[in-house]
Design a protein around this ligand. Sequence first.
Ligand code: ISL
Ligand code: CA
Length: 538
Amino acid sequence: MGKWYQEGAVYQIYPRSFKDGNGDGIGDLIGIIEKLDYIKSLGVKTIWLSPVYKSPLFDFGYDISDYYDIHEDYGTLDDFKKLIDEVHKRDMKLIMDLVVNHTSNEHYWFKEACKSKDNKYHDFYLWKDKPNNWTSLFGGKAWTYNERTNEYYLHLFAKEQPDLNWENPEVRNEVKKILRYWLDLGVDGFRCDVINLISKTPGLPNGKPKIALVGSEHYLNGPNVHKYLQEIKEEVFVHYDSFTVGECIFLKPEIALTYIENEKELNMVFQFDHMAADNFLKWFIRKFSTVRLKKALTKWQYKINGRGWNTLYFENHDQPRSVTRFGNENYHYESATMLATYLYFQQGTPFIYQGQEIGMTNAHFTKLEQYKDIETFNIYKIGRKFFSHKNMMRRIKKMSRDNARTPMQWDNSDFAGFSNKEPWIEVNPNHKEINVERDLEKSNSIIKYYRKILGLRKEYQTIIYGSYKEYYPNKKNYICYERVGENDKFLIICNFSEKTKKLKAPFNLEGFKLLLTNYNNEDNLLKPYEARVYYKEG
Ligand code: ISL
Ligand code: CA
């Protein structure tokens, strides 16, 4: 029997945009409870809930001001306990987002720390009399002046997100208390936000000059990160049946293994290599290349399988919608199902982001005021020093995180069934055609296709544990890989383009049966975005 977090898929909910249960235009916990049967019907095992803690919402919850309470927009602690209960009643699990590289600047600790250098919380954060040259991941400087102590504090993200000083054992003890609190409430694990940034080079020295992320050599996979994570694992996680997935930015497979081999610190990680298939450093856009995408994903299959455990994702609350980004909105059903076939027959835990299962698209906003995301505004402001308004609007239209944060599209009513009140962010007008209710009525239902994939993963252990081998790695817009088990074999072939392509296989398909496809076609021509899963026993 394998591990539940390896065998079952995860469904990520961005609570502000999932379902509004009390009619204020903002998603909430009661709304999520209303939709648990729908989530269960997809065949997923676990829900990953993006932050619902108290927060001033500068980064919509990734800036936490109270780790022990629920933001009033999302409900109460009792609502949360009810959610956990209802999730477990459906034999599902729930993991929370753990954001402990930084807190909100409105957290009690930080407000105290700013009062004086000898305040007991002062060394919960990282201070310098003079800033070094590090830059923030949200653009701009990574330091902000604090008048009362006449010094600067570090923030790798927004100035409202001061970095915690993990060198301080008091900080680590507070994090352990937070973990135990939620685990004792029944939470089944955590998605650990930018967890490979928590250890910084002592003394916080200057970084080498470069175009962006100046100083990152002093905080990416820092000197004590493994000490800290092993401490947390040994003192907390080993006492619970839980799992952790670490978001680790700019990570190589060899480094990933130092976190996940033998699960000694984390059970798995999110890496970002495949997210660079259409850009450099997110905002320098380049033409999407399927060969680049394939190389990235195959590299992680080859390097991790057998020694660690992969995560399989194309979307989350930070990434543009994959059907727009990698697929084709004119072949909506075909490209959404092809992407799902390509991704979820690989080895690793599937992560599905809310709305991906109906092929929700990018927002296609045209005005800056339609956006809500702090990263988007920061990047626009900085970018305008070098590029025109039009140029920057083109970049943020493609890459803004708000592309993933428009309200979930449940039906074709005014606010897509998300709410009966004007939501906090605009609903995508295409919800008239793209919504859960309509999808489930269609024979070409993306949801039903996802259900088939997750059903096959439950039925065939080879999809979970089998070997992986890619064919034709350099063949553009063509996917071909095999999964081999003790006594069966899968061959996945996808036409990753809108052009008809000749079927090409690395061996004779005699004796194989077509187990899954997004068309009804078995001849040797692949239609636009056609995906096929061939299967043979023995
Ligand atoms: O998408 C990204 C990488 O290309 C960045 O926008 C993202 O900020 C980075 O991956 C870190 O993300 C995490 O930490 C941030 C928070 O804003 C993101 O939502 C979270 O996923 C700071 O907590
Ligand atoms: Ca609400």
